[in-house]
Design a protein around this ligand. Structure first.
Ligand code: KIV
Ligand code: ZN
Length: 511
């Protein structure tokens, strides 16, 4: 066991705390299924006490997932621990992850509790968690700014109370690799019964060192790393799963550890999370960025052609990069479509959903000669985000864009079933379309982000548009895909407004 590194994925909890990255229950289930396929040991599925929706999503994930432990976060109080315990009940293997802050600044200013009270609350929460599961994780929030003696004391007490994993978080992204590794070493050396638990680390990326710090903790004895796909998470994010896993694997000479991750699932998981959350992956991001394996300079290209290892330490195909795979075409039938979805790990829950997705596939195949795996992923994501009950629906969109003329758009929307139209000029066709939509909706919202990515290559590729808007302190993302990027943009904009309207988004539970 000691040469196993446990990968604890918190994309669905800490990752979801990124602004606008909230997911619906169906989206969370899709990500959870893919995480299971990826082989993560633990899926932190959410924070049950945050909202009934969160609890429901965790319960559904717990019912479905067979090969990963399903975990819920809980503050160290009775209500949270009971909510977490109830949510993970259906799991084949369920964990409660309870936490309380241990740094002087958090205890005094946030919790307004004395150190004794904090220890008492932690012990009580761990004992209560034991009524639901034997798999109990305890985290000392803001451990990085906590007193080492106090950490030793609280960890000793929670281990006595039944904790089986002790997590040492760098909540604010403040640590530096060498001292962080030393902290882990010291804790393991000093805390009585440290050999009876798994030591874990959870690092944020505020100084860009989350992965380096996590790996330093592993060298100091941690055998669980908490991380997220694409490094998603609060503020600058968490340690990125793909970087941690591939560092451990590529530098086996240094770590001598194994994970049970199927690395070929890394890129598909990254793409799925990016599509669902609307957080694009920067092209030069390690492992999963579009350029991560591209060699531009002549010297490098020459070297790689002569002998791949001259400039490559990993193989693109080992982490799941493959040339866009031709999936299907215009003549493919419903059965082939259904089989392909299953192969991609996409489970649509009803025959109606399959029929609707198949109809969309046929429409797309009329516009685009070749349909790739990525096209199907986008199509199903859109199917999942567009509901017949949507308040705002695009009825028609006409844009005129001509050299020397001001771009102009005419939009017809169905608003709660009633058709409304507006027209507007803009700096470009997308700008004109957004202005016309806003003229109908009159949201007063602010557009924070607009980005377009081509899903596959070629000028007939679908454009996938992500928008982020804010309205009275709420931030939501919207996505849309189409072979026409103005239509994709309008769909993304309306998707965001529908989320605001349905109030699907939940408030950040830690605020
Ligand atoms: O960053 C943090 O400290 C957390 C804890 C709840 C583990 O997310
Ligand atoms: Zn965190």
């Amino acid at each position: 066991m000691n040469n196993q590194l446990i990968i604890f994925d918190t994309t669905l909890r800490d990752g979801e705390q990124s602004p606008g990255a909230s997911m619906t229950k169906e989206e969370k289930i899709r990500v959870a299924r893919q995480l299971e396929k990826l082989g993560v040991n633990v899926i932190e599925a959410g924070f049950a006490a945050a909202s009934p929706g969160d609890a429901d999503a965790i319960r559904s994930i717990a019912e479905i997932i067979q090969h990963s432990t399903v975990c819920s976060l809980a503050r160290a109080n009775e209500r949270d621990v009971r909510a977490a315990g109830e949510a993970i009940k259906p799991a084949r293997s369920g964990r409660i992850h309870t936490f309380i802050a241990t740094s002087p600044i958090h205890m005094e200013k946030k919790l307004r509790m004395s150190p004794d009270q904090v220890v008492e609350a932690a012990v009580k929460a761990v004992k209560l968690a034991g009524e639901y599961t034997a798999d109990i994780e305890f985290s000392a929030e803001d451990a990085v700014r906590s007193d080492l003696d106090f950490l030793c004391r609280i960890f000793e007490e929670v281990i006595k109370a039944g904790a089986t994993t002790i997590n040492v978080p760098d909540t604010v992204g403040y640590s530096i690799p060498a001292p962080w590794g030393e902290t882990m070493r010291q804790l393991i050396a000093r805390v009585p019964n440290s050999d009876k638990v798994i030591w874990s680390t959870h690092c944020h990326n505020d100084l860009g060192m989350a992965v380096a710090n996590s790996l330093a903790a592993v060298m100091g004895g941690a055998r669980q790393v908490e991380c997220t796909i694409n490094g998603l998470g609060e503020r600058a994010g968490n340690a990125s799963l793909e970087e941690v896993v591939m560092a451990v694997r590529t530098r086996k000479d240094v770590f001598n550890l194994e994970t049970r991750i199927d690395a070929t699932q890394i890129v598909p998981t990254s793409k799925l999370v990016s599509t669902i959350t609307g957080y694009p992956v920067q092209p030069n991001k390690a492992i999963v960025g579009a350029n991560a394996f591209a060699h531009e300079s002549g010297i490098h290209q020459d070297g790689v052609l002569k002998h791949r290892e001259t400039y490559e330490i990993m193989r693109a195909e080992d982490v799941g990069w493959s040339a866009n795979r031709l999936t299907m075409g215009k003549l493919s039938g419903r059965n082939a479509f259904k089989t392909k979805l299953a192969e991609l790990g996409i489970a649509l829950d009803s025959e109606e959903a399959i029929n609707a997705a198949f109809a969309r596939f046929k429409e797309l195949a009329d516009k685009k000669r070749e349909i790739f795996d990525e096209d199907l992923q986008a199509l199903v994501s859109e199917e999942a985000t567009t509901q017949s009950s949507d308040h705002y629906r695009l009825v028609s969109l006409k844009v005129c864009s001509e050299t020397g003329e001001t771009p102009h758009a005419v939009v017809v929307l169905s608003v709660g079933g009633e058709e409304k139209s507006a027209h507007a000029d803009g700096g470009g066709p997308v700008d004109a379309a957004f202005k016309a939509i806003e003229a109908i909706i009159q949201s007063g919202s602010e557009l924070l982000l607009y980005s377009v990515n081509n899903i596959t290559s070629g000028t007939d590729a679908q454009g996938e548009v992500t928008v982020r808007i804010s309205q009275r302190e709420r931030i939501v993302n919207g996505q849309g895909a189409d072979t026409d990027i103005v239509i994709a943009s309008a769909k993304a904009y309306l998707n965001a407004f529908n989320k605001l309207h349905s109030r699907l988004e939940r408030v950040n539970p830690q605020l």
